[in-house]
Design a protein around this ligand. Structure first.
Ligand SMILES: [Mn+2]
Length: 358
């Protein structure tokens, strides 16, 4: 079971990651006592899981396995439609359970990785309190028996890499590959929201990772739906000053939206993109900005948190607005779709007003 001997020594040994990361608020002893004494653990990824949340869950699973936790399940809400995320799960043979297949209250412990608040970007019941939270997203009032919330780091994978180091857990090739791929994707190859701790974490992972697999995963081709979606986003774009807003209309794969927002940010003269699309009964939005004076997470939160949920980082953010607030829309109802697009574009450009001057 739990072996706390040697923890103090390892904690104090000054690796580059240990030197750069701020561990001052993290009670590693408490985390170990909690996890090592449980018999069942559900690790909940955020909805439509991305490589940061998936790889972080895999690392937490490895820690729990090392400490003899009998049942460990990685659970997620939503679906995995992004081609690179599907490829990651297949190539690295990662077992994920849909939240519809399990009951969270059946587990002795529930851990959130890469998200922190029940019901916000996850499918946990809003009235539950997670036992463990490890996250880097900006958020207030995260509750749990053990909360490790470090918004200063660029990826949750960075935090979990530090846990593996602190607890001296073996980094096998599969785990190191998943974590390093998570780092690449979360930071868009170390270009976005990256701190020195991501580079230090990459140094820990690099010797153990399979770089051919990472290259293969990085080159996973777009699905036809993604290419069509990006095409629609290009065609429907409205640009004012340095801001671009576009609608994808009704789509089947939610993951197209952030990919289109990322893609359009490459347009010359554009430093902020907000793309939205309708999936089932909700409008989903993704925002991206390279304008360091603009906090896109706060902007989306202020604009849409009253009618739905929205928020995120200063340079990337997302949101979800139930269609109910606009009224129900039948498929093929072009008039209603136009009204939604007009209403959304107006609200978004109003929110961006300070930045739309040329
Ligand atoms: Mn993340």
């Amino acid at each position: 079971m739990s072996d706390l001997s040697g923890l103090a020594d390892r904690f104090q040994s000054a690796t580059p990651l240990a030197t750069l990361i701020d561990d001052s608020e993290t009670d590693y002893r408490r985390f170990q006592e909690l996890v090592a004494s449980t018999d069942s653990l559900a690790i909940l990824c955020h909805d439509n899981p991305d490589p940061d949340t998936i790889a972080s869950a895999l690392a937490l699973e490895a820690i729990a396995n090392e400490w003899g936790v009998a049942t460990v399940d990685i659970v997620h809400g939503g679906t995995v439609t992004h081609q690179q995320n599907r490829a990651m799960i297949n190539v690295l043979d990662i077992g994920l359970k849909s939240i519809t297949q399990v009951t969270l209250s059946d587990y002795s412990l529930v851990a959130f990785v890469d998200h922190g608040i029940p019901g916000r970007n996850n499918s946990a019941p809003e009235d539950m309190t997670p036992d463990i939270v490890i996250d880097h997203h900006p958020a207030d009032e995260i509750e749990g028996q053990f909360v490790d919330h470090r918004p200063a780091v660029g990826a949750t994978v960075t935090l979990l890499t530090r846990y593996l180091e602190v607890y001296d857990i073996e980094l096998d090739e599969r785990l190191a590959t998943a974590l390093l791929f998570g780092l690449h994707r979360e930071t868009l190859d170390f270009n976005r929201g990256t701190t020195s701790t991501e580079h230090a974490a990459a140094c820990v992972l690099h010797p153990h990772a399979d770089h051919n697999t990472i290259e293969e995963l990085t080159n996973s081709v777009f699905t036809p739906e993604t290419i069509s979606g990006i095409g629609d986003a290009i065609a429907n774009r409205e640009v004012r000053g340095s801001c671009l807003v576009s609608s994808l209309g009704r789509i089947r794969e939610r993951d197209i939206i952030p990919q289109a927002a990322d893609y359009l940010l490459q347009l010359e003269g554009v430093s902020t993109t907000i793309v939205y699309g309708i999936v089932d009964d909700n409008i989903y939005l993704s925002g991206r900005t390279s304008n360091t004076q603009l906090h896109i997470g706060d902007l989306l939160k202020e604009t849409f948190d009253q009618v739905g949920s929205a928020g995120g980082h200063h340079d990337m953010a997302g949101g979800k607005v139930p269609l109910g607030f606009i009224g129900s829309v039948d498929d093929g109802d072009d008039v209603a779709m136009d009204l939604i697009d007009q209403s959304m574009n107006r609200q978004i450009f109003d929110a961006l007003h300070g930045w739309t001057e040329t």
